[in-house]
Design a protein around this ligand. Sequence first.
Ligand SMILES: CC(C)(COP(=O)(O)OP(=O)(O)OC[C@H]1O[C@@H](n2cnc3c(N)ncnc32)[C@H](O)[C@@H]1OP(=O)(O)O)[C@@H](O)C(=O)NCCC(=O)NCCS
Length: 168
Amino acid sequence: MGSGLSDMDRKTTVKFSIDRVKEDELPELIDLYLRAYKGLEEYAYTHPKDVESYLKWLFGRDKEGFFVAKVGDKIVGFVGGDANWFSRRERKQVGAIHEIVVDPEYQKHGIGKALMDTILKYFQSKGLDTAELWVGDENTRAINFYKKFGFQEKGRYNYWIRMTKNLK
Ligand SMILES: CC(C)(COP(=O)(O)OP(=O)(O)OC[C@H]1O[C@@H](n2cnc3c(N)ncnc32)[C@H](O)[C@@H]1OP(=O)(O)O)[C@@H](O)C(=O)NCCC(=O)NCCS
């Protein structure tokens, strides 16, 4: 079902804020994650229980590096970053972006960019010099999004592409 909005209407400004996630907000992220990955299921968990475990794992990795975007009280996106990640490829500690998603209803309003800017700043505040992520090789929207921030492809594993960005 379309919302009936034209492209012009979609580009109206959406006011949002970025905060650290609270543990009791994690269940709210399950449905958001599943909706954001519609059409990209080969790169995502598809069972709500698996998504729940994954979100708990993300939160456990680095509570400080897990941010949500909110429109009013509604969570419309999140980034699961990790300043404690040891990259085997880099052979050093890096800032890993394990997950970034924005509610399809709120995409293309700069929310993904704000989440990305927040996590990169966080990694820098931790003294890290490299950010790393893995993205599905046919997820061109995300790949192009990352390239805009200066991420570059640095090899692959099966159908996953590894990308890194220098933070210095
Ligand atoms: C990748 C993702 C997080 C980007 O989120 P987003 O909120 O749409 O990101 P932004 O709005 O900051 O930028 C996306 C695009 O909107 C454009 N844009 C940003 N603000 C805009 C505005 N106010 N008006 C019009 N366009 C705008 C950006 O220039 C960018 O353009 P592009 O598509 O040509 O690159 C989102 O698409 C998503 O959740 N995808 C599914 C999950 C996924 O694949 N995650 C990555 C896994 S590795």
